[in-house]
Design a protein around this ligand. Structure first.
Ligand SMILES: *Cc1c(COP(=O)(O)O)cnc(C)c1O
Length: 401
């Protein structure tokens, strides 16, 4: 068995209904049974190879799920209509009234808002901690703690979670470790480092073409069966189901993920190193100046690099906005949220994707107005891009060395 996640994707062999090289798309919401008894067995979850209803699962969704499980080294997986559909159903599946969650305080704005504003309605509480402080996490554990929730590489501050150490703490206290791996597909394999559940927003790097939202939960067969249980499974009952046509389309894009990740990483490292040389404040896990550079190197699957996301700090919101508008005018990328696209995307997290986080909290965690988050695209000639970006920076009055 291969240890490389991209090899696991390559080794998938699916045939379409008529011998097609891509699996056929299942174009049905419901499925027939030749024998009534089999229908009952399927309801109860033990009729191998039978389909019931597409909110439960469909052949196309299973193909994509199994491919993502192979990539993440988990027993199985379940795709969802969006990353938030995956995240919220995992949280609602694991936690009941009275339970407690420990979450990194630097997470995707939607995940933060769900934990901060939504789950308290169900009497579930969350402690937001600095995920790089193992002491803070140990201190936050209570007898009611059910889950430690974090992102392998956090949004938007690019903090690195020490998954192995977190997993040791979690196991000791019988707590589940849930890792959102959206920023680092292929690069980090949370399951291998001890995570119980790995989640992705497929919307980003994995699909890579920004034509759909999607999500996935990768975990044990038991957990995924529970998630899909017709009586009390959050994925089944909340219904964040992916459409079959989308599942088929994302699966085709997954086949080129390794090539894209290598290029995203190569381009991002080039820009990060050069912007840093220019005297800008750059945060990128592939820079020796990143506080978790060594930790990242201990955890990563080296051949895919350090990822496609970097941030720079240009000092003020005015300069941030001016620079982003100018770069868009110069066709260096789009002023847009999201990431993992073939073109470069940039946004100011404080006023966009992290705006759910109160200002005061933002300041505490080091999220300042001058930060621009870049998702670096697949530019063929990154030196040309670098020169053009540098020109924009000079033009808006940013001091370069
Ligand atoms: C985008 C994103 C999400 C949410 O995913 P959607 O597909 O937009 O629902 C969750 N986590 C991270 C880290 C993200 O970047």
């Amino acid at each position: 068995m291969s240890n490389k996640p991209a090899n696991k994707i390559q080794d998938l062999q699916y045939f379409g209904e008529f011998g097609g090289v891509n699996p056929s798309i299942s174009d049905s919401a419901t499925y027939t049974f030749l024998h009534a008894k089999t229908m009952l067995d399927t309801f109860e979850g033990h009729a191998e190879g039978c389909y019931l209803y597409s909110r439960h699962t469909s052949p196309s969704n299973l193909y994509l799920s199994e491919a993502l499980a192979a990539m993440e080294f988990t027993e199985t997986a379940n795709v969802a209509a969006s990353g938030m559909g995956a995240i919220t159903s995992v949280i609602m599946q694991i936690c009941s009234a009275g339970d407690h969650i420990i979450s990194s305080r630097t997470i995707y704005g939607g995940s933060y808002a769900f934990l901060k504003n939504f789950v308290p309605k169900f009497n579930i509480s969350t402690s937001f901690v600095d995920i790089t402080s193992l002491e803070a996490i140990k201190k936050a554990i209570t007898p009611k703690t059910k889950m430690i929730y974090c992102e392998a590489l956090s949004n938007p501050l690019l903090e690195v979670a020490n998954i192995s150490e977190l997993s040791k703490i979690a196991k000791k206290h019988n707590i589940l470790l849930v890792v959102d791996n959206t920023f680092t597909p292929l690069i980090i394999s949370p399951k291998k480092l001890g995570a119980d559940i790995t989640i992705h927003s497929l919307t980003k790097f994995i699909n890579g073409t920004n034509d759909t939202v999607g999500g996935v939960v990768c975990g044990s067969q038991e957990f995924i069966d529970n998630l899909r249980n017709v009586n009390d499974g959050a994925a089944m009952l909340l219904g964040p189901v992916m459409d079959s046509v989308r599942a088929a389309s994302i699966l085709k894009n997954l086949r080129t993920l390794h090539i894209r990740m290598k290029k995203h990483s190569e381009n991002a490292l080039f820009l990060a190193e050069n912007f840093e040389k220019d005297g800008l404040k750059v945060v990128y896990p592939g820079l020796k100046s990143h506080p978790d550079y060594n930790l990242f190197k201990e955890m990563y699957n080296e051949e895919y690099g350090f990822g496609g996301i970097l941030t720079i700090n240009v000092g003020s919101l005015n300069k941030t906005n001016e620079l982003m508008e100018l770069m868009q005018n110069e066709n260096l990328g789009y002023l847009a949220v999201s990431l993992g696209f073939y073109k470069t995307l940039f946004s100011a997290p404080g006023t966009s994707t992290s705006s759910e986080i109160p200002l005061e909290e933002q300041q505490k965690m080091g999220l300042s107005d001058g930060i621009i988050r870049f998702s670096i695209g697949l530019d063929n000639d990154i030196e040309r891009t670098y020169r053009a970006m540098r020109k924009c920076m000079t033009k808006v009055g940013i001091n370069l060395g």
